[in-house]
Design a protein around this ligand. Sequence first.
Ligand code: C5P
Length: 233
Amino acid sequence: MNKRDVIIACDFAGAAETFEFLDKFTEEKPFVKIGMELFYSEGPQIVREIKARGHKVFLDLKLHDIPNTVKKAMSVLSGLDVDIVNVHAAGTIAMMEAAIEGLTRADGTRPLLIAVTQLTSTDQQRMEDDLLIKEPIDKVVMHYAENAKKAGLDGVVCSPLEAEAVHKHCGDDFLTVTPGIRFADGDKGDQKRVMTPAAAKEAGSDLIVVGRPITKAEDPVAAYRRCVKEFLG
Ligand code: C5P
C-alpha cells in the first residue's frame, strides 16, 4: 500500500448509489472508505464487492467494546480482506492489543489498524462536562495517539492540523489519516477546521479522507484527480 494516498469517503445510503458513483472511475481504482451507514445497510457483501472490483478499502466502524468482543469482531473483519480498520483509543491499550490479535491472520498478515483519538465533534467543554476529562484536549489527543502506538497500532485518524504533532510524538512511520479536506474554492459544509489537499501535504498527512468535495462534485473524477494532483503531485 502507498503510504500516501487519497481515500474517498463513500458516504452513500446503499449499494446502488455507491456503484453508480464508482462506475464513473474507468481509469483509476480509488481507495474508498466505507462507513457505518453503508456497512449497516448493506452488510459485509458490499465490502466483498468493492474489494472484488479492485479498490482498497478503509472500513470505518470505530469499534469500542470489551477486549474479547473487539478481538472476535476484528477477526471477522480481517477475513473480509479490508486494508484499514479502526477502533476508539478510549477503549484502552488492552482493547487495542486485543484488536490486533483478532486482526492477525494465521500467516501473520493483517489489515492496518488505526485509532480514533477524540472525535472532532467533542470539544474541550464537552470533554470536561460529559466525560470528566479535565486535561487540555490536544494533550488528550496526543496521549491517546501514544497509547495507540504502545498497543502496536499503525496510526490515528486526526485533523491535518494535528499531523505534525502526532508524527513528532509517535514517529514519522506512524500514519496520520486526516479528514476535513476542502478545495480552496470549495464549500466547507459542516466541517469547521479544514485544509486543502496541498496544505495537508505540507502539514504531513499521510492519507487524506475526502468525501463531499468529490462525491458531490459535478465531475467527481475530475475532482478526485485534482485532489490527487494537489496532494501527491
Ligand atoms: O464529506 P467530508 O469530506 O466532510 O467527509 C469526511 C469523512 O470523514 C466523513 O466520512 C466523516 O464521517 C469522516 N470523519 C470526519 N472527521 C473525523 C472523523 C471522520 O470528517 N474526525
